[in-house]
Design a protein around this ligand. Structure first.
Ligand SMILES: Cc1ncc(COP(=O)(O)O)c(C=O)c1O
Length: 438
């Protein structure tokens, strides 16, 4: 008999990512319309743009060899320069107004790798990371795997409630646990999963808090701005990074996955300078550099203007899909006589649905079972909360990224049917809807 494999503590702490559940559901039920997967719109992927620059790269032996060789651990310099200029333009700043440069940028295999490596370089088991409730569940997975204590603060229409954060930090200081706090994680633009954005006053308050509470050790903000460029309504708000003029307190994590193509799987971080070297040592051990060919492709797509044109086009695509989803929800669950509520994102890919508490949405709930029978899948809201905190079980994340307009309308019809199957609307009470726009 073969001796059993002995796994690491880390392996034992690592849960199966919820995404496996959705893939399994999709495989078992091919007629399913998924509003669960956080995928981008397939029709608008930049096929022509990427084909053109890839042909260019491969047509010239010198550029082909440069792109097909290993790159550097930090990432292709010309692309980092372009990213730096691009970020300055997004925040309307001149180079002289910031204290970071392309040297503080690290390219990664998606921003997901950056999130993971930051955990390795900054966090010890038992350290505290503070996140929004709800938040990006894949990040919770990383924290769990690293043995981190994740504490949460609630959100409202203006994003993370920074007054609640202040109270939490004050309590942690009083109990002597402040030295364990390393990071505050925020998805501050069109949050995954709620679609909500952190307001400018809250951005300032958040930065002020980490500065004030950085007593024995620096507390960093991990600003995950994956969706920032997908704004389709209203004015942009400056990144927290841009408010941190000394470049000491904020790690900005961004990605080409959402505004261009997840298949290129390229993300990047702008780091406080004293974090760059330690992070690169980890990344060196991990892979000594992300895909060099992808970085050369991205460099050209940014240089020839097709990146900017593409993002502009995507904004229109997602605005239209958001409108379709909101209109379908309003038709299926008319606000005047239905207690269901939902957010109205002005960018990104997600709408957060809030049902009355009696209409549970979690795996195995009558509603989810009915939805699966009808052929529609959503992310149960409970997946987006850390397990050690309060876990509401009556919310859902709906993604309008990948489904077509017709599929979005049909998916919402199916959700309506499922809801009516398990619970007549007039019996649903109006409790638990605070902080949610109809
Ligand atoms: C909030 C957030 N951060 C990071 C990522 C990681 O994306 P990628 O690794 O493709 O850059 C995602 C992907 O869905 C996300 O939603």
């Amino acid at each position: 008999m073969t001796a059993p494999l002995e796994f690491s503590t880390r392996a034992h702490q690592t849960d199966e990512p919820p995404i496996s559940y959705f893939i399994q559901q999709g495989v078992e039920n091919p007629n399913l319309i998924s509003l669960a997967a956080g995928l981008v719109d397939p029709e608008s992927l930049p096929v022509e743009e990427v084909r053109a620059v890839t042909n260019e790269i491969l047509a010239d032996p010198r550029s082909a060899q440069a792109a097909l060789q290993y790159g550097t651990t930090q990432g292709y310099g010309p692309l980092r320069d372009k990213i730096h200029r691009h970020l300055l333009a997004l925040d309307g700043l001149k180079p002289s107004e910031v204290s970071n440069s392309a040297d503080d940028i690290v390219l990664s295999t998606g921003s997901q790798q950056l999130l993971y490596l930051l955990g390795e370089v900054l966090l010890n088991p038992g350290d505290i990371v503070i996140t929004e409730a709800p938040s990006y569940f894949v990040y919770h997975g990383i924290l769990g795997s690293l043995g981190i204590r994740t504490l949460t603060v609630p959100m409202d229409d203006n994003g993370m409630n920074t007054d609640a954060l202040e109270e939490l930090l004050t309590r942690l200081e009083a109990s002597g646990e402040l030295p364990r706090v390393k990071l505050v994680y925020t998805v501050d633009y069109f949050q995954n999963p709620t679609g909500l954005t952190l307001s400018l006053p809250r951005r300032r308050h958040l930065l002020d808090l980490v500065q004030r509470f950085s007593k024995t050790q620096r507390i960093l903000i991990l600003e995950d701005a994956a969706y920032r460029e997908l704004r389709f309504d209203g004015d942009d708000v400056p990144s927290i990074k841009s408010i941190d003029r000394t470049n000491e307190y904020v790690i900005l994590a961004m990605t080409f996955s959402k505004p261009l193509s997840p298949g290129l799987k390229t993300g990047y971080g702008v780091l406080p300078r004293d974090l760059v070297g330690p992070l690169l040592r980890f990344k060196g051990n991990h892979d000594f550099g992300s895909s060099n060919l992808d970085q050369h492709i991205l460099d050209r797509v940014m240089a020839n203007g097709s990146y900017q044109r593409h993002v502009e086009e995507l904004r229109g695509v997602y605005r239209a899909k958001r409108d379709t989803l909101l209109a379908a929800l309003a038709e299926e669950f008319p606000p005047a006589n239905s207690p269901l509520r939902w957010t109205r994102p002005v960018g990104g890919l997600y709408v957060w649905l809030i049902c009355p508490p009696a209409l549970e949405t979690g795996p195995g709930s009558p509603f989810m079972e009915a939805a699966l029978r009808e052929g529609v899948l959503y992310v149960p809201g409970s997946f987006c909360y850390v397990k050690n905190g309060v876990v509401p079980n009556h919310e859902a994340r709906l993604c309008y990224g990948v489904a077509s307009h017709e599929q979005i309308r049909e998916a919402v019809r199916r959700l309506g049917k499922a809801a009516r199957e398990v619970m007549p609307m007039e019996k649903i009470t109006m409790r638990g809807l605070a902080g949610c726009k109809a």
